[in-house]
Design a protein around this ligand. Structure first.
Ligand code: ATP
Length: 886
């Protein structure tokens, strides 16, 4: 042991002793005692704002301020013109603010809870030594004094002091913002700033290279990360592009409402309406048209979508990723483990010059060295006699069976995706040393000078190389992963470890496809989403697998290898990506980023999968980074927007479906709430133009917009994805939420139908009450009350019908079962109950100026509601026929 190691060792011992721990770790009893004393190792999410402040905010945002202003004006008006109903209007607006604020608060609260719940779903697991054994526990269970073992890709679970380390480098970006990795090693007594100390590992940082053993000295809120998390109370969540768009849309609509209010006020004044009545109406118009419910509904729609996604095994780490997913145009996917099951088994062998199918066990005979490579050359860990680690290595190790010991392991050159091979050396008691190498044939064959022909060593001449190459290609074309196995006796003279090897043979491993991957790829094609495979495997294997899952359908796809990418200019890569089918093979994780950027420059929205430390940059660069929950590293998960809990490709496709549904739902919601503006405005125009009594009072407008419409609109915001969501191309980049077709449908088609029904019911009551054109009616007149009630009932009934047709802009309403969305049923029920309460209860009649309706009024309003349904379904059918290709 040299001096440096000696110092490190004594520093490690001191670190352990300082925390009353030892190399064997803590005992179970001591862990329990410390857990009771120090509590769980959890950083409590610093509540960004206390609940009361969040509640207060719901009453003080832009829209609420407009409403407060309106209420204030109404109360002021009451002083000038007592008895004109101004105080009631003021009180009604305050009621609206309260109901709306409470509702929004509840929505935001529910959305927050849904997101919080997701955080608990993927607990971090850590290897720790306890009672002399290595066990895996949840990071939350760590206590000071625990001895943890960390390797490349792990997230540091608590603040630790290093005991031993090998080539350790950590990324402290979460703590310092600095993204360059820093070296860390066990050394004695470094005081000062923990962020700089080279013998400390801080919770939240990421191990990007090396391994270590460290002792925990601070957990939970006592860690540096906990301290920072506590301080960083002000850092709010970034607003998603969709939320920004919604904010924009609602401001535009609010200004429109303000403009309309002013315009109507001016018209009223011009035709000589009494000032205060006119003023009150203008306020009502403004209040009714301000889209208060929009923003919270969007947040809730996103949160509900994340919950549905998690039920389908996709965990969303950042809310905006949901909508970005809906826009994805390309999925760049790994092969092993995502398209395939990563359950390898040896299928074929090329040994002793013979290509043969593999039996359950390795064939006996002169293949001792071949089996020895499979048995010794791995980086597996053994827990209770069971091999754990890379499934391919496990398959080889199992297949080799027992092999006579050829000494103890004396060294290892670990697998690295650049070199595509690994080497292990062993040394026996007699001093005989061996080198065992396995890896991609292109990587191993150049190192070999001879090959084993059933125990006879023959030179690896051109003929032999050609024979192995043919066998390799033959296996690769059938989708097998091919490995070359080689060995040599290590001479005492030293020299290049991996030079002059003897090739023992090739093995072909099969990795079965995941069962429903083919369907998922087909769904992507139908949805206009391109699927590109990017793998470290051989080009032929890659194409064979791509063909099997349906990613490649043509005879000659473009295959780009890592070597080709290296020499390619960005523009050339961009052009190469124009080909309809492209497969990337023998590509390193670093090159993934190059591909992602090229696609982005082409205007694509890219979802990319990754699992290793090297994948992190590509995951961050992509529009949607997708990490593996089962096989991935903590580093990849930290960099990703979405974690696949089952590592399955089909889950990505399901998540895209949910993402698209969010956008669709917000449009349904908008169509629904915009429709009822027309039957609220047209009666007023009729009143102005034709001089009839005002068919709908301001308070009644408020009853619809902020009462009966609320829950049904919300229900549309959380609809499950429709059947056609994945049968149309991705939404063009930059397409607005509020489009002309949407506005035309709501304002020029659905709205006028509602207005027709409402006015028909209104006139039916008036005429039955022997009203004549030109008669003015007082506000308290029973006939007037009944007539306006009929108008109100006409609108609400039509909105109930509208709820069904709004479930899809093109497909018939009956395609969507009511049971698919329970909130919708609740919405319908509350809509009806509220309407009946407004008409039939004493307080409803007093507040909204209503009166019970004669049966004829219902008999007129109901068919009109049905007419809306029939007309809209007719329009949809016409559009479907017209748009269908001949
Ligand atoms: P994917 O990107 O689809 O997961 P992959 O797993 O094949 O692809 P890598 O892990 O980068 O990609 O492996 C690249 C190549 O390196 C493999 O095709 C194989 O030939 C070789 N290889 C992989 N793992 C090992 C290993 N443990 N030992 C030796 N060689 C290996």
């Amino acid at each position: 042991m040299d001096a440096v190691q000696q110092t490190a060792r004594s520093a490690g011992d001191a670190a352990l002793a300082g925390l009353a721990s030892g190399p064997a770790g803590l005992s179970a009893a001591e862990v329990r005692r410390r857990q009771a004393e120090f509590g769980p190792n959890r950083v409590e999410a610093a509540r960004r704002e206390p609940l009361w402040l969040a509640l207060l905010r719901e009453f003080s945002h832009f829209f609420a301020l407009i409403l407060w202003l309106a209420a204030g004006l109404a109360f002021v008006a009451e002083r000038f013109e007592p008895g004109a109903g101004m105080a009631e209007l003021g009180a009604a607006i305050v009621g609206v603010i309260v109901v709306n604020g409470a509702f929004s608060f509840w929505q935001a609260f529910r959305a927050g809870q849904a997101i919080d719940a997701l955080r608990l779903l993927l607990p971090q697991r850590v290897k720790v030594r306890r009672d002399g054994a290595t066990v895996e526990v949840e990071a939350g269970e760590l206590v000071p004094g625990d001895v943890v073992l960390l390797v490349e890709g792990d997230k540091v679970p608590a603040d630790c002091r290093l005991v031993e380390s090998w080539g350790l480098r950590v990324n402290l970006a979460t703590l310092t913002g600095e993204s360059l990795p820093k070296a860390r090693r066990a050394a004695e007594g470094e005081g000062g700033d923990p962020l700089q100390a080279r013998n400390l590992l801080l919770a939240g940082s990421l191990v990007v290279a090396g391994e270590c053993c460290a002792v925990v000295y601070a957990t939970g809120m006592h860690t540096e990360f906990g301290r920072i998390a506590h301080l960083a109370q002000t850092a709010g969540d970034a607003e998603s592009p969709l939320q920004k768009e919604i904010r924009h849309v609602s401001r535009v609509v609010a200004l429109l409402a303000l403009g309309l209010g002013v315009l109507f006020f001016a018209i009223g004044m011009a035709i000589g309406l009494p000032f205060w009545a006119n003023f009150m109406f203008a306020i009502g118009i403004i209040v009714a048209n301000v889209p208060e419910g929009l923003l919270p509904t969007v947040t809730l729609a996103l949160a509900m979508a994340t919950q549905r996604m998690v039920r389908r095994q996709a965990l969303v780490r950042h809310l905006p990723a949901v909508e970005t997913l809906g826009n994805a145009t390309v999925i760049l996917t790994d092969k092993t483990g995502t398209l395939t099951q990563n359950r390898m088994s040896v299928r074929e062998l090329v040994a002793a010059g013979r290509h043969q199918l593999a039996a359950a066990r390795w064939p006996r005979g002169g293949d001792l060295h071949l089996r020895a490579v499979a048995r010794f050359c791995h980086s597996l860990k053994f827990v209770a006699g069971e091999a754990a680690g890379d499934p391919m290595e496990i398959a080889l190790w199992r297949f080799a069976g027992e092999v006579p010991a050829l000494g103890e392991r004396s060294g290892e050159i670990p697998f690295d995706a650049e070199r595509r091979r690994m080497t292990v050396t062993t040394r026996g008691d007699d001093g005989a040393g061996f080198v065992w190498t396995k890896g991609a044939p292109e990587s191993v064959l150049p190192l070999c000078a001879s090959w084993d022909d059933g125990g006879v060593s023959r030179p690896l001449d051109d003929a032999a190389r050609a024979m192995f190459r043919r066998a390799h290609e033959d296996m690769a074309e059938r989708g097998l992963r091919v490995l070359a196995l080689a060995w040599k006796r290590q001479d005492a003279a030293g020299g290049e470890i991996e030079a002059g090897l003897a090739l023992s043979g090739l093995v072909g491993l099969e990795d079965p496809l995941r069962p429903d991957v083919h369907d998922a790829v087909t769904r992507c094609h139908e949805a206009g989403v391109r699927v590109l495979m990017i793998t470290g495997d051989h080009p032929q294997t890659a194409v064979a697998v791509a063909r099997e899952v349906g990613i490649v359908r043509s005879a000659s796809p473009v295959v780009l290898t890592g070597d080709m990418l290296r020499g390619m200019r960005p523009a050339a890569l961009q052009l190469a990506l124009d080909a309809p089918e492209v497969v990337f093979a023998r590509v390193s994780a670093e090159q993934k980023m190059q591909v992602v950027q090229a696609l982005q420059r082409k205007g694509d929205i890219v979802a990319v999968t990754g699992d290793g430390v090297n994948d992190a940059p590509a995951l961050k660069t992509a529009d949607i980074g997708i990490a593996m929950g089962l096989s991935g590293t903590d580093v990849a998960r930290e960099a990703a927007d979405i974690v696949l809990l089952d590592d399955h490709f089909a889950t990505i496709v399901n998540a895209i479906e949910e993402g698209r549904a969010v956008f669709d739902n917000i449009r349904k919601f908008l169509t629904y709430i915009l429709t009822s503006n027309i039957p609220e405005l047209l009666p007023y125009l009729a009143f102005v133009i034709f001089g009839i009594p005002l068919p709908l009072t301001v308070i009644q407008i408020l009853a619809v917009d902020l009462g009966t419409d609320m829950l049904p609109a919300l229900a549309l915001g959380v609809e499950p994805p429709g059947p056609d969501v994945m049968r149309r191309p991705p939404r063009p980049r930059g397409e607005r939420l509020l489009t002309w077709p949407l506005l035309a449908r709501a304002y020029l088609f659905l709205g006028p139908f509602e207005a027709l029904g409402a006015l028909a019911a209104y006139f039916c009551v008036l005429l039955a009450g022997s009203w004549n054109y030109g008669d003015m009616l007082a506000a308290g007149d029973p006939l007037y009350r009944q007539a306006t009630t009929a108008c109100l009932a006409g609108i609400v009934l039509a909105q109930m019908a509208n709820l069904f047709v709004c479930r899809h802009p093109a497909e018939p309403a009956w395609r969507f079962p009511l049971t698919g969305n329970r909130l919708l049923l609740a919405g319908l029920a509350t809509e009806l109950v509220l309407l009946l309460a407004i008409i039939h209860t004493a307080w409803g009649q007093r507040l909204f100026g209503t009166a019970p309706l004669p049966a004829e009024a219902w008999a007129v309003a109901l068919p009109f509601a049905l007419l809306l349904l029939v007309a809209e379904e007719g329009r949809k059918a016409w559009c479907r026929r017209r748009c269908r290709p001949a």
